[in-house]
Design a protein around this ligand. Sequence first.
Ligand code: FDP
Length: 354
Amino acid sequence: MVRHTATSVVTIERFIIEQERQFPEATGELSGILYDIALAAKMIANKVRSAGLADILGAQGTENVQGEVQQKLDVISNEIIVKAMDHGGRLCAMASEEEPEIIPIPEGFRCGKYVLLFDPLDGSSNIDVNVPVGTIFSVMRKITNGRHGTLEDMLQPGRRQVAAGYVIYGSSTMLVYSTGQGAHGFTLDPSIGEFLLSHPDIRIPPHGKFLSVNDSYEQHWDENVRALMRQYRGLDSDRKPLSVRYVGSLVADFHRNLLAGGVFAYPAHARAPRGKLRLLYEANPLAFIVEQAGGAASDGNKRILDIEPTELHERTPLFIGSKDEVGLAAETLKRELVSGVEVKAPDISLPVGR
Ligand code: FDP
């Protein structure tokens, strides 16, 4: 296996080929999906960069399946990914945060053996104020017979992902992905239009530095969540307090904590009994990455990657990041509730207000 350091000049294409060579039985289809995602990411990065100039900022006026107002760039990013991926012959279906149903491969194109699930532009409520946004993706192997992908192919637990990753459109554009052999980061060099390996084999510190949580929901949290947050803040315990950093763009908060150590928390609360984030194309892919980097992800009760999904757009509470902090969440949240707001049975059909 070729060993790269942060100073070797390695394009994402070369890296993918080298990884593929370790599996002589590989057909190259998964590699093809990753190239296409990298291409779509470059096209979206270009749109995000020129957003203010091209009059594509702001809301489109339609609502997506989650009942959230779609931003123009959400719609554009969704189209870019679908068009970059639907004709390559490697996918048999796709699913996007922006579309209520599965996206079929158009007639006339070959169907492959993988399904792709994605959030084309995560954190899009931040676009108008020039805050980093991202794309998140998950690839699963088709498990049903027949030419076309089905819902059943999508509803697999996250541990079955064959590849997952995200792109952050920040001060620079970075793509981080894993095929189960570590998590690797590539930074887009805009002068040559190539993603170059910049963060080989990312390792998240076992103990966190940062806490990312929207604590305006504190009034709706149950006692256990409040107790957990007090511990993260160094109250009621001799733990060193974590510093609070909350961008409100999952990819940006996750990325910072992945590199510097920390935990992103979006707990369930009385008004959002299943939290806000989506299992299949937000929590699962980031959980895959964080575990590959030595971290952990839990819904407070269960490992995210072991959750058996039942709906395409289902939500999950999420605690993700450094192992110690996610472990503390699992330990604290399993305590019996003494008082406070009881978290009711999940109702994932209800849109959750911001
Ligand atoms: P957004 O609604 O802007 O798309 O995925 C949804 C998400 O952003 C995450 O990126 C972000 O972490 C979270 O919602 C923010 O939610 P709150 O405003 O409730 O904190």
